[in-house]
Design a protein. Structure first.
Length: 426
């Protein structure tokens, strides 16, 4: 067993853990497993790494994630006095797991084959998730799925008697957003230098995952597609395509915004509501954010980690923030860490995204470039659709994004290797 094996095991775990727990009704401490796998992988990497491997950690990516981790540790001293238990539970997905995954990936990922393995796992398990989602909708729920709905999941997953498909994941929002992310990634790979059989397979998987997104009823996933597609087209440097696709995108948005065609289909109707400024769900979110804005104006460091959302109601029930549903990862970060914490986090995310775009822009090898565009478009899509839901901090999207950052950062070295290999064969 080596660190790379454990890294890819974490990736597979992120796609399957919720399915296993739900189907077998397991009561396992998933956070401990989520920490243990990358932690032991990092220890193995540290033990087996040579002096030549350690410079990989001297990266602005590692410094940004480490800085955020340190800031979150200091939040334990937040004067608002949030529960220590809530802080312990919340820091795991917010800062500890990103730090462990990024550090392990920087040390363990060292060749182009790792990128292919990553893409195969991500596309493969996402396609399985889409198939299982189709099964849930058209064949029926398993005993574990039905139990999930009976124990409270029906509140958000059975709307007007219609199922919001959640597949193998924790809930429908994560399923829909992940499906949109990987559907776009897979579609972009179709334009790579692959043989026709692989392109047809990728196109079929992309279409299946697009359907998975639709049946999830997750409106925020729509923005993962729009933002991701825009980034992909810009990075392709094909500005004629950018103009044509821009016109098509505007036409599609106008179709949803200004017509009622297809409203008989529940999935189309629900996605159309994402563009309705008078949508009741949106109005509730805006009211909540206005209330939060007034409350947070005197709290530049927020209320502390674990003070809002699930851990807020569990560990900080006496806090005002625990009574408000964040309905957004951006809002959650703002509520927990204040405008100072949100500025640090959001600036870091934008810097990483910008750096990834810059790296891909300069990649010369066609095959590597297409993979870089596909991965970077997904990073952008997930970051911005996290405004609507908690996506970037939830598995599997979280692990996929953290590893994606590292793969992009590794690409300049691989591009140079490919160039040298081509010179040697001339």
């Amino acid at each position: 067993m080596n660190s790379k094996f454990l890294l890819f095991l974490v990736l597979i775990y992120s796609f399957t853990i919720q399915f296993v727990v739900r189907q077998f009704d397991l009561k396992i401490p998933s956070d401990i497993i989520s920490i243990s796998l990358p932690f032991f992988g990092l220890m193995l990497a540290a033990i087996r790494s040579s002096n030549q491997d350690w410079p990989a950690l001297k990266s602005d990516l590692c410094y940004i994630i480490l800085g955020w981790f340190v800031f979150c540790i200091l939040e334990v001293f937040n004067p608002e006095g949030a529960s220590f238990d809530g802080w312990v539970r919340e820091i795991v997905p917010v800062a500890l797991i990103p730090f462990l995954i990024v550090s392990l990936s920087l040390l363990a990922i060292n060749n182009k084959k790792d990128l292919n393995i990553f893409l195969i796992i991500v596309v493969g398990f996402s396609t399985l998730a889409a198939l299982y989602g189709v099964k849930q909708l058209h064949i029926g729920l398993s005993q574990g799925d039905a139990r999930f709905l009976e124990e409270g999941g029906a509140i958000t997953h059975l709307l007007w008697g219609r199922l919001r498909v959640f597949s193998m994941y924790s809930e429908a929002a994560q399923f829909g957003s992940s499906q949109a992310h990987i559907s776009l990634l897979t579609l972009i790979l179709v334009f790579g230098p692959f043989n026709k059989k692989i392109k047809v397979l990728l196109l079929g998987c992309s279409a299946l995952m697009f359907y998975g997104m639709m049946i999830s009823g997750t409106r925020g996933a729509f923005f993962a597609l729009i933002i991701g597609a825009f980034v992909a087209i810009v990075l392709s440097k094909r500005f004629k395509v950018l103009i044509v696709c821009g016109i098509l995108a505007v036409g599609f948005i106008c179709f949803l915004k200004f017509t009622y065609i297809g409203n008989g289909n529940y999935n189309i109707y629900r996605f159309r509501s994402a563009l309705n400024p008078d949508d009741p769900s949106l109005q509730v979110r805006l009211v909540s954010q206005k209330i939060l804005g007034e409350y947070m104006s005197s709290r530049p460091f927020g209320g502390g980690l674990g003070v809002i959302g699930y851990y807020g109601t569990k560990y900080n029930a006496d806090s005002f923030l625990s009574t408000i549903q964040p309905d957004s990862y951006w809002v959650k970060i703002w509520a927990m860490t204040g405008i100072i914490g949100f500025t640090i986090w959001f600036s870091g995310m934008l810097y990483i995204l910008g750096k990834c775009c810059g790296i891909v822009w300069r990649i010369e090898d066609e095959g590597l470039r297409v993979k870089g565009i596909a991965i970077t478009s997904g990073i952008a899509g997930i970051l911005f659709c996290s405004y609507g839901n908690e996506i970037i901090n939830t598995m599997p999207s979280s692990v996929v994004i953290y590893m994606s950052w590292v793969f992009i950062y590794k690409m300049p070295g691989w591009d140079k290797e490919i160039k040298e290999e081509k010179l040697l064969t001339v």
